[in-house]
Design a binder for this molecule. Sequence first.
Ligand SMILES: *Cc1c(COP(=O)(O)O)cnc(C)c1O
Length: 704
Amino acid sequence: MRKTVSSCKEITRNLWWSWDTEAKEIFRELSPILWERVNHNPVELLRHISNDELQARFQCTLGEKTERVAARFRSYMAETDTWAARNTPELVKNPVAYFCAEFGIHESVRIYSGGLGVLAGDHIKSASDLGINFVGVTLFYKEGYFRQYLNHDGWQLEDYPLQYPECLPIEKVTGPDGKDLIISVSIAQSEVFAQAWRLKVGRATLYLLDTNIPANESHYRDICCRVYGGDQNMRINQEIVLGIGGVRLLDALGITPAVYHMNEGHSAFLTLELLSKELAAGTPMEDARQKVRSRCVFTTHTPVPAGHDRFSRDMMHYTFDHYLSQNGIDFDDLMLLGAEDRSNPYGLFTMTVLALNFSRAANGVSKLHGEVSRQMWKTLYGVESEADVPIGHITNGVHAQSWATPTTDRFWRRFTDSLDTLTGSQKAAEEILSRVPDEDLWCLRFHLKRNLIDFIHRYLANQLFHQHTYSMYPEYDSSRLAKNTLSPDVLTIGFARRFATYKRAPLVFRDLDRLNRIINHPTMPVQIVFAGKAHPHDDAGKEYIRQIVEHSRRPQFAGKTIFLENYNLGVAKRMVSGVDVWLNNPVRPMEASGTSGEKTVLNGGLNFSVLDGWWPEAYNGENGWSIGNGEMFENHEDQDRFDAEKLYDVLEHQIIPTFYERDENNLPVKWLRKVRNAIATIATVYNTHRMVKEYAVKYYLNRD
Ligand SMILES: *Cc1c(COP(=O)(O)O)cnc(C)c1O
């Protein structure tokens, strides 16, 4: 059994387990209560269970299961006949270096904030599955993103629990001498040091730079404290460590990337370091710039102006003066590289502009966002027509295996060998679906919704309990309130995302009387589950949360509209799998892609969304519903009124009647037809296997 204990530990050291259903079951079975308490972190779980106890536990079938999973893990790691080996052998030889300020791989590794990170996490998993040689670079944030809780007024408060390296599946990177590998970057007049951690994600490796070491002055240690925390000064420091530090780390490790992929502009300073290296090798400036360009690609992620980092000339001067003099780059030349308007040398330095200037190819993250980006950055290229702006698009997807719950995974495996087969092509999906009886599909839906509601009952009891500790109402019975919440027979709508104001979370509450009639319909009721975090500095976003909480407490909505605290990957997984309808109502075209709606489909959920982001490409009239037809108004108030009206109309006249229309066996046949259509047309396209293949072929390979 000692062998099995070490097999189990081996599995915990690679996040591959996070997308293997059986591996997750082992950890849960070891101790269901502890598993919840440690936020599904197997490294921490095993720290609480002695080796003797583990050995005892592995004497039964759990031991066999563990060896079976370990064997599968080892064969996954050793596999050489991969998609990349067959299609892009260049990308097996040299790695893709993928830089991103956040990675959302699993809820137990809190180095992400929202969609960008989750996309990066799903990207690295698919790269691993496809056999692409892949290294990610990011920062190790000792506090991560905040944990959200609400006070009795529904106002968001934040706390920042530490994450301890010894409780994570990371190991320190050491140099050839066996000592910690330390790299340094210059920030202002100081030298800032960073060590690195290695995190294995299947066959891919993620490196996390960490400035929280004794060699640094204390204010530089905090560079690696919080995801998107602090002020502009903190932000530029983080971006120097990520971009310049990241290139230096890969150099120190002897890694020569086939391509550098800047996922969002945060890491764009990496281009300056590549330029400096060329200049140091004696390459003349123009050639050096061309060479850097030939090695970099860039993905932009938002049409929201505030989403693009911009730094003042003063800040750039203060921060980069020393670096530039070391590397023979002129300050005004640097400012031009990040200037949106080259005729104004005193303007801001924009990271997106730097990235665009130094990438051989760039893309937005949906067809519509590609168009918006070409329009947005047209002036940089001095071209007549938007069509001539060299920014393309690759539409975001999700990692199917990660977003299927264990119940969903087991369900599909009754009909096919793996989810990859189901999502491989529309034809394959249709063939598989033709063998799935309506009863079974509906049963899956009921099961998943039950799971969500059970989860919410446990979760809310906790959440209301501590809201209660802030309250002045001792009679507030949180456990009773939690238990009387939600029913699995009722049409359930989910809405969860960052509370950026353009996403308009409270839109459905615009007309309270109409919503009341919808939610409390005598025979066709509706319930809504909300979740999401506002950025700590975003009071308008927090106000949206407060409004939703306030509405949720009105007598007519209590127990039927719910706000769940602390949206994260774990809560997201529960929600996208349990709800019938995933609602999305951003202001068009602010949602570059959105991915959360893509997560719901394999679990049998349907999308109901404004035609923004990925949805205009995917929506075919049968696989979900749209809010309007992409109408856009100058005035926000007009837009909100129009979209809310459409939202109610479609709910009342299409979604609700379809859900409640049943045949003689009490099955919603028309509804299930839509579910089937969605799986066949959405799950097969909006996944990261398709997305990463596109990146590999169109962007990573430089075959010409
Ligand atoms: C998927 C996901 C997101 C991104 O959702 P959008 O659709 O882009 O708003 C954000 N946060 C978490 C935790 C997620 O799982």
